[in-house]
Write a protein that binds this ligand. Structure first.
Ligand code: ZN
Ligand code: ZN
Length: 256
């Protein structure tokens, strides 16, 4: 099926990974749209649900926990304007070496409707090593050690917390997809097919497909025009042999 045929046959019902101006470093805005602008975009694309999931507090572009009351107010304002859209406040936590494996502490979970988690380039030695491993030839043994550490951290984070979506697994950090898939299976964590990042790619998705996991497509929009993007991710999933009914936010339109 070509992209247009896919879009005519399947719709995305919700986008549970989008960023806004609350992902920022001082005056530099990492996410470009305001919450109400992401909401307007979601409505214009026919979505029923939307989540605002800015970066975790330790990220270079992380949200400030102090902003959460303001984010809740922005969401309430958007919900009033667009009553047909249900809007959640989530967060895309960073996977770290903290006690619970995330930069969102267990007692902070209640600030959010749910927590997603993934790897990002933050300036610590572990993530700098990951960045370098993608850009310069690394000795095989170093790469293997890094892959093991990356995998162990994800598995620990998944097992120590209730994480809804594992965001772009394999991007920004090499992992053992089998071990990560097994941990997602055991914890009921959704495997993300990310419209913005290169991983998971078709090879990765074929591995995840062999486990009893469910998938979710996210735009990972950093600007409102990208909210709800799903067609190319769906095409990738189909190419990897993943049936659409395993993707929790995809619905088939049936002709009457
Ligand atoms: Zn991310
Ligand atoms: Zn993101």
């Amino acid at each position: 099926m070509n992209p247009q045929e896919l879009a005519d046959k399947y719709i995305i019902t919700g986008d549970y990974h989008t960023h806004t101006v609350y992902s920022r470093t001082g005056p530099h805005l990492h996410g470009k749209g305001r919450i109400i602008e992401n909401a307007a975009a979601a409505v214009s694309k026919g979505l029923r649900e939307l989540a605002i999931t800015d970066h975790g507090p330790s990220d270079v572009y992380g949200l400030s926990l102090k902003d959460i009351p303001k984010m809740r107010r922005d969401i309430a304002e958007a919900a009033e304007k667009y009553p047909e859209l249900r809007i959640y406040l989530g967060v895309e936590a960073d996977i770290t070496d903290s006690a619970n494996g995330l930069d969102v502490r267990p007692e902070e979970f209640e600030l959010f409707d749910f927590v997603n988690a993934g790897y990002h380039y933050v300036p610590n030695s572990h993530m700098i090593a990951n960045w370098l491993s993608f850009h310069i030839p690394f000795p095989k043994a170093w790469k293997e050690r890094l892959r093991r550490q990356n995998t162990d951290r994800i598995v620990k984070a998944l097992k120590s917390n209730r994480i809804r979506i594992l965001t772009h697994p394999g991007d920004k950090a090499f992992i053992d997809e089998h071990a990560v898939a097994k941990a997602c299976e055991e914890t009921g964590t959704l495997v993300e097919i990310n419209a913005k990042h290169r991983h998971p790619d078709i090879r990765d998705l074929k591995i995840y497909a062999d486990y009893d996991v469910s998938f979710i497509i996210s735009s990972d929009a950093h600007s409102p025009d990208k909210v709800g993007n799903y067609v190319l991710s769906l095409a990738l999933a189909l190419s990897a042999g993943i049936s659409p009914d395993r993707i929790v936010n995809i619905e088939e339109l049936r002709s009457i």
